[in-house]
Design a protein around this ligand. Structure first.
Ligand SMILES: NC(=O)c1ccc[n+]([C@@H]2O[C@H](COP(=O)([O-])OP(=O)(O)OC[C@H]3O[C@@H](n4cnc5c(N)ncnc54)[C@H](OP(=O)(O)O)[C@@H]3O)[C@@H](O)[C@H]2O)c1
Length: 315
């Protein structure tokens, strides 16, 4: 047998082993899972998706990750796993108030990691494609972070806090979308709000790229990785393919079937409102999830269409 053949049959055996583990663990074993930031975009999808386990979802009023007293209260509930989603995700707010960004995204994450360490349980942390500087077209888990704004830096410090304890799964996500009109704080809802307000001409940046990431797919992928008891570490988990903001806006308009023109514009056009520096490329390659056959991330276009049709109305 040639070397290539041997490698390929080992790989296939690994896939079978992972597959059987997923079935075994999802059927018979229920965990108590503490979720921070549970009212946010991804938290909402996690609550809708993870059904085989007992969830303890919390928001900032119940468990503020900066407050040691809150943490002690939830530590007494003895969870088996932490899904730590709480974060300050407003880039402009982080840029204007770095101390707030680092307190929430780094210190808060360190607090949750220390809870996980004391309980000897794994922690899931969601990082971002914004840890990279955008000089490459796309990024794998093997590229070196070099954030270009305070949000990205605070999330990278958060990663380092989580990495200081070995029982971690870190998922780096792209431009998040999910939750509909009431919960989505990001691009899809911003575009929808303009259409709803009656605008018939909207603008989209055509020279910065990312991996639009549907919260539903990400929540399912997180569950898959946990259930498979996959190797701890960092996993890229963006929607597949690459899109500019202009591409996404056009897809939203098409999915809604509205008579709105989308015009491409260059980076800097929205400088007044979106002054935080953003990298040219936040495109993620899900190298490890794909190699381990654990990804449930679909193409960005398919999920933008599904999301818009499901959660937004033609106006
Ligand atoms: N949104 C994206 O494009 C994106 C991309 C990549 C990675 N991520 C990461 O994915 C995770 C989930 O984000 P998301 O998209 O679901 O954002 P989100 O909707 O902003 O959810 C974050 C939640 O955390 C809460 N929170 C803020 N400060 C907190 C604190 N001190 N203690 C407890 N909760 C606090 C927020 O409450 P308030 O709403 O009251 O502030 C919000 O409910 C975050 O770690 C984020 O950094 C997000």
């Amino acid at each position: 047998m040639g070397l290539g053949e041997k490698e390929s049959s080992n790989w296939e055996r690994n896939q079978e082993a992972i597959g059987s583990l997923v079935k075994k663990t999802t059927k018979g074993y229920s965990m108590k899972i503490l979720v921070t930031g549970g009212s946010g975009m991804l938290g909402t999808a996690v609550k809708e998706t993870i059904k085989n386990h007992e969830l303890i979802p919390t928001d900032i009023h119940e468990l503020d990750v900066r407050k040691v007293e809150d943490i002690k209260t939830y530590e007494r509930k003895m969870p088996d796993l932490i899904i730590h989603l709480a974060a300050e995700t407003d880039l402009e707010k982080c840029e204007n108030n770095p101390a707030h960004a680092y307190m929430t995204n780094h210190t808060g994450t360190l607090n949750m990691t220390l809870m996980a360490r004391r309980l000897d349980i794994p922690i899931v942390y969601i990082s971002t494609a914004g840890v990279f500087n955008g000089e490459k077209d796309s990024y794998t888990e093997y590229d070196t972070p070099d954030p270009m704004n305070h949000y990205g830096m605070s999330k990278w410090y958060g990663e380092m806090a989580v990495r200081s304890y070995h029982k971690h799964w870190i998922f780096r996500a792209g431009w998040m979308m999910g939750g509909g009109e009431l919960i989505d704080k990001k691009f899809v809802n911003l575009v929808y709000a303009q259409i709803k307000a009656g605008k018939r001409l909207i603008y989209g940046l055509s020279d910065i790229y990312g991996s639009p990431t549907y919260t539903k797919d990400l929540a399912m992928t997180i569950e898959n990785v946990i259930s498979a008891k996959a190797e701890y570490g960092v996993y890229h988990s963006g929607g597949m393919g690459r899109a500019s903001r202009y591409d996404v806006a056009k897809t939203i308009v098409e999915a809604l079937g509205v008579d709105v023109t989308v015009t491409p514009v260059k980076n800097g056009f929205f400088q007044k409102d979106f002054f935080c520096p953003r990298s040219k490329s936040e495109v993620l390659e899900n190298t490890k999830l794909n190699a381990m056959n654990l990804s449930l991330m679909r193409s960005w276009k398919e999920t933008v269409i599904e999301y818009v049709k499901k959660d937004f109305k033609k106006t």
